[in-house]
Design a protein around this ligand. Structure first.
Ligand code: SF4
Ligand code: SF4
Length: 677
């Protein structure tokens, strides 16, 4: 047993870790007996200066050696040690591996606890001994930012950035300044605290407005985009370091949802607001009895209810009779239930219905007939005006914008859908952010908060005109690349370009590994997760542990669930269960799966994020396809294809993970009792 180079192994050992079956000293002695290792036992409860002294005496001077930190929950218990290693002793983070011994405590017998712990240490040392140091570089970046859109969120983002001395181009398709949110020009609709926002944006010298604009091209990558913009004054090309997209959504009256055609007594919510809140006040005598239809002609959102209640309250104040027909409306938004109660107290008639009322236009009004859910008898109401809710959709220009920026689209016409990994406006592309109404219906305060968060992200990326960051995880071997452009087409983060060979833009690469797994010529090398490391680990699995089950887990979902599962229950996992953390499920290769079988695996499990929740968009799909490919190969070899299983899992589902593994292992046992006994 020999590692590719010397590995320094630190045991976080204290009386707290002396638990149950666990024999720490014996494990440390075994580790010290391995060649190419040095071992230190360190009490993580020691004061920082004492830990520093011991580490200084232990760590070899000169070129940094890889370090394996072993303990129970080392990330938490060893946080002082980790900080010292990384900050005081400048250990390259790529050369540090953690071994959480909770994984070994899974097993009820002392013998297996020890063997499993040995395997965990051995595999971590194998991996880290072959790791490549992180190369940090300075990348020059532009300090200009393009903010696109006509929403309050766009204004907020532009202002935040300008206040931090970034030069901002604020471009929008309209021909005047200011958001076009319905009623924005009307006194009561925009919250009064937004007036100063608009005033400040207008007064900011660092914000350059560009109206009647459209984005026609976007090239380059994070820190250095070139954006072509068509304006009334002609085309222009701008170099910017980041792009924030916040186009306002558009509203369409949902007459069709109720089987209605436009007519004078039917109003959309926006039309009603224009009548109620315009300056100078318009004649409203024709409004008389007003009925609102909400959530009965399709999905609705809290914003629609809030607006309807705002208008209803205003009408009630003016002594109108107001009826609200409410279907599947969401009231789970701050202050909404209270607004509903206030309107009821002011005299609002509320009918919660399962189906839309019968709506019959007549000469002197509109008749609404329905079965009263409380009185259980038919009721008719004669309204002078019926107000219909509106559908919220992304801006029409999003359709052409989405392919240009390689983000989205997401129905209905938004730039980006809901993805737990893309919060705070972050997208799959470094340096491109989609905030507020660019990616969905959201309340104004949420939109503004997101704009501020995106501005902070931009600052991290572009601060001071340069970005100090690690080189990309993926590197192209130019001698092997045949410029087939498979990687360029597949990269979900738009990180690949080419000259006469494929080129990876360091700041854009997010290290998913999809390109490395798909390159037909094996021309892409993945620095922190090389094939050599995976194969070496598979070869070093402990033969005393069986049945051998290998699980490849996406670090963004299943791996998190697995770490939680280890602390939930004991004895659920088979003795030979070994988990491999993948940077993204899309990094799984056919070779990994087949090599696991060659090394004696009884089954291989590939766990990815749920559909629509992959941080790298299609990583989970690629993982699925590769497991299907592996299954086909198993069939050809006369092996039951169910020995490879693909599953999706959420990070917060440790119980589901344990259940899944348990059921599958039972299936494997049925398949081949002889292998699993
Ligand atoms: S997939 Fe491989 S061979 Fe094809 S362009 Fe990319 S690096 Fe070159
Ligand atoms: S590792 Fe992922 S993000 Fe980086 S270049 Fe390859 S496919 Fe793109």
């Amino acid at each position: 047993m020999k590692f590719a180079r010397l590995v320094e192994i630190i045991f976080l050992y204290s009386f707290e870790t002396d638990v149950g079956w666990f024999d720490f000293p014996e494990l440390a002695l075994w580790t010290a007996g391995l060649s190419q290792t040095r071992v230190l036992a360190l009490d993580p409860a020691l004061p920082e200066h004492e830990q520093e002294e011991r580490l200084r005496a232990f760590l070899l001077k000169g070129k940094g050696h890889p370090v394996v930190l072993v303990g129970l929950d080392p990330l938490w218990r060893g946080r002082t040690t980790i900080d010292l290693l990384l900050e005081k002793f400048r250990l390259d983070p790529g050369l540090l591996a953690l071994v959480d011994l909770y994984e070994a405590l899974q097993y009820p017998q002392a013998k297996y606890v020890l063997i499993k712990a040995q395997e965990l240490i051995y595999l971590a040392a194998t991996r880290v001994a072959q790791a490549h140091p992180t190369e940090i570089q300075d990348f020059p970046v532009s300090s200009r930012v393009l903010v696109w859109g006509d929403s309050f969120a766009a204004c907020q983002a532009a202002l935040e950035l300008a206040q931090q001395d970034f030069e901002v181009i604020l471009a929008a398709p309209g021909n005047s300044f200011g958001p076009v949110l319905p009623g924005a020009a009307l006194p009561e609709t925009p919250p009064p605290d937004l007036i100063p926002l608009l005033t400040q944006v207008r007064a900011q010298g660092l914000i350059q407005p560009l109206w009647e604009a459209s984005i026609t091209d976007l090239a380059g990558g994070a820190g250095n985009f070139t954006v072509k913009i068509e304006t009334a004054a002609g085309p222009r090309a701008e170099r910017v370091g980041a792009v924030i997209l916040a186009p306002e959504f558009r509203l369409t009256p949902n007459f069709a949802g109720y089987g209605l055609s436009p007519q004078p007594r039917l109003l959309s919510q926006t039309q009603l607001e224009a009548l109620l809140f315009s300056e100078p006040e318009t004649d409203q005598s024709h409004l008389g009895v007003v009925a609102f239809l909400l959530g009965l002609g399709g999905d609705t959102c809290p914003q629609s209810l809030r607006r309807a209640l705002g208008s209803a309250s205003s009408l009630l104040l003016r002594n109108h009779q107001v009826h609200l027909f409410l279907g599947q409306a969401q009231v789970a938004a701050p202050g909404l239930e209270q607004a509903l109660e206030s309107a009821l107290e002011a005299g609002l008639f509320l009918y919660k219905l399962g189906d839309a009322p019968e709506i019959v236009p007549e000469d002197d009004g509109i008749r609404l007939g329905f079965m009263d859910p409380i009185l259980l008898r038919p009721v008719e109401i004669q309204a002078d005006v019926v107000v219909v809710e509106e559908d919220y959709q992304g801006a029409p220009e999003n359709r052409s914008l989405s392919p240009l920026v390689q983000v989205g689209p997401a129905p209905p016409q938004f730039l980006q859908g809901e993805n737990v990994h893309h919060l705070a406006g972050v997208t799959s592309r470094q340096g491109i952010f989609v905030v507020g109404p660019g990616h969905g219906i959201m309340e104004l305060h949420g939109s503004l908060a997101e704009a501020k968060a995106a501005a902070l992200e931009v600052r991290k990326l572009l601060d001071q005109g340069h970005n100090r960051a690690p080189k990309a995880q993926a590197t192209v071997d130019r001698g092997r690349c045949v410029l087939c452009l498979t990687c360029y087409r597949l990269c979900p983060h738009g990180a690949i370009t080419w000259d006469n060979r494929a080129l990876i833009r360091d700041l854009d690469c997010q290290g998913c590994g999809l390109c490395a797994s798909e390159c037909p010529n094996n021309a892409i090398y993945f620095r922190s997760y090389s094939d050599e490391q995976v194969f070496a680990e598979l070869e070093n699995l402990d033969p005393r542990l069986h049945p051998r089950i290998i699980a490849f887990m996406c670090q963004n979902s299943a791996w998190i669930a697995y770490q939680a599962a280890l602390k939930l229950e004991q004895g659920v996992l088979p003795l030979g269960f070994t988990a491999f953390k993948l940077p993204c499920a899309g990094k799984i290769s056919l070779d990994y799966i087949m090599r696991a079988f060659i090394m004696g695996a009884a089954g291989v499990l590939v766990l990815a994020c749920h559909p629509e929740n992959c941080q790298s968009h299609r990583g989970n799909l690629h993982a699925h396809w590769r497991t299907e490919h592996a299954q086909a190969l198993l069939v050809e070899a006369g092996v039951d294809p169910r020995r490879v299983l693909f599953q999706t899992l959420a990070a917060n589902s440790p119980q589901d993970l344990l259940k899944e593994i348990d059921q599958w292992c039972a299936q494997l046992r049925e398949m081949d009792e002889a292998v699993l006994k």
